[in-house]
Ligand binder design. Structure first.
Ligand SMILES: [Fe+2]
Ligand SMILES: [Fe+2]
Length: 147
């Protein structure tokens, strides 16, 4: 399995946030590798959901700790929910046997992540870095190791 490298255009400058983005991209690659092995694919999808949930908690904690403007935080959080709902629906469809190929889902989630970083994450990380605040791994996600 090749190690995923984060495209430089996706780097935000916060070490943990960048590590989490890299891990999510790696898991999206792993979904395609596991596409013909249902048990492995299910494990990767569940791991993706854990990472995504942990990552969103990390960023939403940064918003709280930095006093991020609610007008900026609300659409950012709503976009997180859209991503999580899309991924969660895909897991349910896969379990139900109605989703048979992963490529469209992976393409959709990769594109989402790229535009989300551009549209929302970069502004948030720029704001928190100006206050010398860095991301912490959420306590209940401490068991999730970088992939
Ligand atoms: Fe975000
Ligand atoms: Fe993010």
């Amino acid at each position: 399995m090749s190690e995923h490298r984060l495209d430089p255009s996706l780097v935000t400058g916060d070490p943990l946030v960048d590590e989490q983005h890299r891990a999510i991209h790696q898991l999206l690659d792993d979904i395609l590798t596991a596409d013909d092995r249902p048990d492995e694919l299910m494990r990767v999808l569940e791991r993706l959901m854990d990472h995504v949930d942990g990552h969103f908690l990390t960023e939403e904690d940064l918003m709280r700790r930095s006093g991020y403007d609610v007008a900026l935080a609300e659409p950012h959080i709503a976009d997180h929910r859209r991503f999580a709902d899309t991924a969660r629906t895909a897991v349910l469809d896969f379990r139900a046997g109605t989703l048979t190929t992963m490529q469209p889902l992976v393409d959709l989630l990769r594109d989402w992540l790229t535009s989300h970083v551009d549209e929302y994450d970069r502004a948030l990380i720029g704001f928190v870095r100006a206050q010398a605040i860095t991301a912490d791994r959420p306590a209940d996600q401490a068991c999730i190791q970088p992939h």
